[in-house]
Design a binder for this molecule. Structure first.
Ligand code: GDP
Length: 234
């Protein structure tokens, strides 16, 4: 049985004062709009429409809580990257997201969703830099891996790994496909550990993806993320 099979929508939080008080452990999901965040949450919960609750009117700019079991939650954060007024972005970030990400004690780690064809955008890098200082772990899900060849998958994984190593902190990464349901086992292992959930072999589906060992590229291609990073303003 998938680890998060019992996930159910719990509440939408627009104000820090309304954060659930019974949460002992929670994991937040962030990423650019359209990167595949809702699909990834649905895949992990083995539920086709669960996270689309977050896309309904009145909920898209807030924190959407999904209860996994008593006191344990996934928290779906607003997708970033769509053109919004700067004032709107600032007030959402300062009023809700920044204090939530920095001070929420129950928050165990951040799952950062990136489209594997366009990973590490400027906003992704800003989020990584900003969250890494909390000392809490970040796990990057490189989604839509089914759109890449095996070789492109391996190269992308290595490139992202190199950039994350530069950022420092506690960052890991993996390939993921909601379409093929691949990478689920690896993600469940990370989430299960963060959330203190017991994972038994019978509960884990196969990953269906090449491991780093079997699919290591011969040489790194010059995608230039590192160069872009070093040139960016903080
Ligand atoms: P969100 O805005 O980050 O929540 O993204 P969605 O989960 O709504 O996905 C955006 C689009 O990408 C939708 O058309 C999905 O069907 C598609 N998508 C999401 N995950 C995958 C995937 O693993 N593989 C493929 N091929 N398409 C995906």
């Amino acid at each position: 049985m998938p680890l998060f099979q019992k996930a159910a929508f719990s509440t939408t939080v627009a104000d820090l004062r309304d954060l659930p008080t019974d949460s002992q452990c929670e994991v937040a999901f962030a990423g650019r709009s359209n990167a595949g965040k809702s699909s990834a949450i649905n895949t992990l919960a083995n539920h086709t429409r669960l996270a689309f609750v977050s896309k309904t009117p009145g909920r898209t700019q807030h924190l959407n809580y999904f209860q996994l079991e008593q006191g344990k939650y996934f928290v779906d954060l607003p997708g970033y990257g769509f053109a919004k007024a700067p004032e709107e972005i600032r007030s959402q970030w300062e009023g809700l997201l920044a204090p939530y990400l920095r001070y929420r004690e129950a928050l165990r780690g951040l799952i950062l969703i990136m489209d594997s064809r366009h990973p590490l955008t400027e906003l992704d890098l800003q989020m990584l830099d900003w969250f890494a200082v909390t000392g809490k772990p970040i796990h990057v899900l490189l989604t839509k891996a089914d759109k890449l060849t095996r070789q492109q998958q391996a190269v992308t994984l290595q490139e992202v790994k190199a950039v994350l190593a530069e950022i420092g902190g506690n960052c890991t990464q993996q390939l993921f496909s909601s379409l093929q349901k691949s990478g689920v086992r690896e993600a469940e292992a990370v989430l299960g550990e963060w959330l203190g959930l017991e994972i038994t072999e019978e509960r884990l589906p196969p990953t269906g993806l090449a491991s780093e060992k079997t699919a290591r590229p011969k040489k790194r291609s010059a995608i230039g993320w590192s160069a872009r990073r070093s040139g960016k303003a903080h």
